[in-house]
Each structure stands twice: as structure tokens, then as C-alpha cells.
Design a protein around this ligand. Structure first.
Ligand SMILES: [Zn+2]
Ligand SMILES: [Zn+2]
Length: 368
């Protein structure tokens, strides 16, 4: 088993509880946390991290065989001082709260904040001096003393290096409406450069079937040829439990819609395999038409080897369920996906989890 990434889940809920908001710390598997950390989203911050370190003091312990007695990560401040950059999918508070509140307090060189231009303009507006002090500036117009440098990523096919051995490709997604206009959000393909292995991480996203600007299909098309050999993990939101009406999704997914999206992905995976098979068989026969193009292929097992990590479940503050909401929602998604026989494994992400996203058989453990 080749492991490509280590991810620590600082927060994974969809609000409103401020202590479990989208926040994932990431490193390449063969690097150490001391080498530098990529923060994927920045919802919950110092508070959640402090509690996590109290419960699991060894979560950032170096796994390197070489003794590093002089470097240790024991406090949230230690962790934050090693964050090299943030990757932010959109500027909603539940995804940026932690980077804002910590900006004036943490040590170390200025941290880059990567995202779409529009997202970073939203972040910049928080640091106007009114809502929060002017602690952020644009990378290409750096104001001395800034703790955060806003650095927009291209939304093209290209991968941009954001840390040693880690590159990302940002793709646009749709996250509901704002004043009747689609609200843009982003997803990231996150690649371990030496191994070329990736995972796919979605910001808040609405179903293609509901969106006025459906963008998910294009992402499924890009991901399909890589599944499961080079891309075996997808982190995707499912904010609501089953039965939520389409007109009150507010730019999010429900289990029914997520299962439909995964079916669209499975279809792309099958088509991609058929294409590569027919290319292999018809060497030189370029004009040969694809057979059975009109018949629907079987999707059974199409997503074998893929792990789908369910994130951003909105808190059950009314206590309508007798189980934690992320288990309820992941269970509902799992039932739908199993009924279709797609083969993907559905995992409820939990705060405090340490996830090893790897090539084909990822290892996923909750720290003791
Ligand atoms: Zn959110
Ligand atoms: Zn949002």
C-alpha cells in the first residue's frame, strides 16, 4: 500500500457549531508535519485544535524513523506556525473563520491564502479594518507586516505547486444563488507530485440537477480516467439528511442528490474504460465508431476502490436524530449507493480523524 497524504480533521461539520467547522490539515505522507502544513479550509481554528491536542497529544507526532527530539508539535500555536498556506474553496464564514481569528496571533512568516480571485476578494473584505484589522494583502502588492498574503490560483487545467511535493488544480463548482445569481465555489484536485496520486476535495456544492449552472459533470469527467489507480479518495459534502426538498437545499447536497452525482461519476468511469479499451483494440482504426454507444452500461462495481468521505453535515441542533448527524447522513448515502451497486465505500468523516489517503486501499483510522 502506498500512502500519499496524511490528513488531520480539525473540523468537518457544516455549522452552526463554531467548534467543528471545515478545517483539514494536510501533508505529503513521506514529509513530516514539521516540514510544513497545508491547511485545506480554515473554519475551526485554534480552539478546536487545542481541544484536539488535549484529547490526542500525539496526533502530529513525527512518524519519521530519524529522531527529531528538538522539534515537537505540542500546541495549536506550534501547528499554526508551521502552516505554509491555506487552500480555501469559498469565502463563507464557516470556511475562513479560523484563518481570520488567528491572523494577528500566530508566529512565523506570512502565510499564503490560495483560492479563486472572487473568494480572495471576499476574504480581503473581512480584513478591511472594520470587521477585522488589515492583516492581509495581495501577494503581488504586499503590505509589509501582513500575516496573510492572498494569492489567486488559475482556474485552468494546470496544477500549481503549493507546498513541497503537493500541487493543486482548482475547478469551479456552483453553491446556490446569491440575489438570483449563482454563487461560485471551488473544488481542488490535490496531487502528491512524486507519486502522481491525487484526491478530490469539494467545497460546498449543489446538485447539477438543481443548479442553474451545473458544473459537477465536468469534474466527474476529469476524475473518471484516474479512478481508482491515481485517484481513490473524494471528499464531498452532504449537508442535509434524506428527504430535504430541492427548494430548501440552499446550494448543498442531500443523500439522494449525492447518490445521483456518484451515479453520474460511475457512468463517466465506465465510459472512460470503454473508450480506453476500444482505443486499445482498434489500433490504427481511428474512424471506427464506438459500439453500444446507445445502450446503458452496467454501473455495478464501477466505483470499486474509491472511498467517498462525507463532510459538511449540518449540525442537528434540534436533536431530531438519536445518532450523530454525520453517521445518519453517511448511512443514508451508503444505503443508496449500495442499492445501485456502485462499489464506492462511504465513510462518515469525524472530527479528530487521521486519514491516510493512499493509492488504492486507503487506511483510515480514528486516533485512539
Ligand atoms: Zn459551508
Ligand atoms: Zn458555503
Amino acid at each position: 500500500m502506498t500512502n500519499s497524504f496524511d490528513i488531520v480533521v480539525v473540523g468537518c461539520g457544516g455549522g452552526p457549531s463554531e467548534d467543528n467547522l471545515s478545517s483539514y490539515l494536510l501533508k505529503a505522507a513521506d514529509a513530516t508535519w514539521e516540514d510544513g502544513i497545508v491547511a485545506l479550509e480554515a473554519g475551526s481554528g485554534i480552539g478546536a485544535l487545542t481541544r484536539l491536542l488535549e484529547l490526542h497529544p500525539d496526533v502530529f507526532a513525527s512518524e519519521s524513523s530519524e529522531p527529531q527530539a528538538d522539534v515537537q508539535i505540542t500546541t495549536a500555536a506550534d501547528v499554526y506556525s508551521r502552516i505554509r498556506c491555506y487552500l480555501v474553496t469559498h469565502a463563507h464564514l464557516d470556511h475562513v473563520n479560523g484563518l481570520v481569528l488567528s491572523a494577528g496571533s500566530v508566529q512565523g512568516p506570512a502565510k499564503l491564502v490560495h483560492g479563486a480571485k472572487r473568494t480572495l476578494e471576499g476574504v480581503a473584505s473581512i480584513f478591511s479594518g472594520e470587521i477585522w484589522p488589515k492583516l492581509a494583502s495581495w501577494e503581488d502588492a504586499e503590505v509589509p507586516g501582513s500575516s496573510l498574503l492572498l494569492s489567486s490560483l488559475p482556474s485552468e487545467d494546470a496544477y500549481t505547486s503549493v507546498a513541497r511535493d503537493i500541487s493543486v488544480r482548482m475547478v469551479p463548482i456552483s453553491h446556490g444563488q446569491n440575489d438570483g445569481v449563482p454563487y461560485p465555489c471551488t473544488a481542488f484536485f490535490v496531487r502528491n507530485d512524486p507519486s502522481n496520486r491525487e484526491f478530490l476535495f469539494f467545497g460546498d456544492v449543489e446538485p447539477d440537477s438543481v443548479s442553474s449552472e451545473p458544473k459537477n459533470l465536468e469534474i466527474w469527467r476529469a476524475a473518471a480516467p484516474k479512478i481508482p489507480e491515481t485517484l481513490s479518495a473524494i471528499f464531498i459534502e452532504c449537508s442535509w439528511p434524506s428527504g430535504r426538498a430541492d427548494d430548501i437545499l440552499y446550494g448543498h447536497l442531500s443523500p439522494e442528490h449525492l447518490a445521483q452525482e456518484l451515479t453520474a461519476l460511475a457512468l463517466e468511469v465506465v465510459s472512460s474504460r470503454q473508450r480506453s479499451r476500444s482505443q486499445g483494440h482498434s489500433n490504427g482504426a481511428r474512424k471506427k465508431k464506438r459500439r453500444n454507444a446507445e445502450s446503458l452500461p452496467s454501473l455495478r462495481g464501477a466505483l470499486d476502490g474509491l472511498r467517498v468521505y462525507i463532510i459538511h453535515c449540518k449540525d442537528d441542533i434540534q436533536k431530531a436524530y438519536d445518532k450523530p448527524i454525520h453517521e445518519v447522513i453517511a448511512g443514508q448515502v451508503r444505503e443508496l449507493v449500495e442499492a445501485k451497486g456502485l462499489g464506492a465505500e462511504i465513510i462518515a468523516v469525524e472530527q479528530g480523524m487521521h486519514i491516510s489517503a493512499s493509492s488504492i486501499l486507503p487506511d483510515c483510522t480514528r486516533d485512539p
